[in-house]
Design a protein around this ligand. Structure first.
Ligand SMILES: [Zn+2]
Length: 197
């Protein structure tokens, strides 16, 4: 009897280890060297809910298509804080959304920016999901939910003042794609003296 108990204990322990090994790792922010190719308006218009589910990770789907929120201070936030210069794109449709130039440490646990890089790709609407009005931030190209925008907050990153735009775009890093800046290309851009859009 003793022997049977010890064998079954081993089996339970082994099953536990197996379950741990099988549990999906928290998805990190997608990163690529090249600017991702934007979906066309026609492609987006044709996308069904099932197709979004297939294209996105389960967490991306819940955030972008169901206005979900990622866990604060998660792996994706740690990565965001460690990233250098670069550009952030929508994980749904690859539209350009934010630049590292306006990212800052808000200590809120989610990626924060004070201005969209391409205002034409970002829109806002008021939501009442928590019972009071908040300004929701959406990708204007694919209508994906990105996060919320808050105003007139004070940050240590700005010496106790508000941001240059008085805004904080509080964005789910899970639905961003990061493309690091190319140091060579940026030097050439500086030389030409041309101002980037
Ligand atoms: Zn999008």
């Amino acid at each position: 009897m003793k022997r049977i108990i010890s064998i079954s204990l081993v089996a339970v322990a082994a099953a536990g280890i197996f379950a741990l090994a099988q549990s999906p790792k928290e998805k990190v922010m997608e990163t690529s060297k090249e600017k991702p190719t934007e979906l066309t308006k026609e492609e987006i218009a044709k996308m069904t809910d099932e197709e979004w589910k297939k294209k996105l990770t389960p967490e991306q789907y819940v955030i972008l298509r169901k206005a979900g929120t990622e866990r604060s201070n998660g792996q994706v936030y740690k990565e965001f804080k460690a990233q250098g210069a670069g550009t952030y794109y929508c994980a749904g449709c690859n539209a350009e959304l934010f630049s590292s130039k306006t990212k800052f440490d808000s200590h809120c646990g989610w990626p924060s920016f004070y201005d969209p890089a391409k205002a034409k790709n970002v829109k806002t609407s008021v939501d009442y999901h928590l019972g009071y009005a908040r300004t929701e931030v959406l990708c204007k190209v694919c209508d994906g939910h990105l996060g919320h925008v808050f105003e007139n907050e004070l940050f240590s990153a700005f010496n106790g003042k508000t941001t240059p735009t008085k805004q904080r775009y509080c964005i789910n890093g899970t639905v961003l794609k990061f493309v690091p800046a190319d140091p060579k290309k940026d030097k050439e851009d500086d030389k030409s003296g041309e101002k980037k859009e």
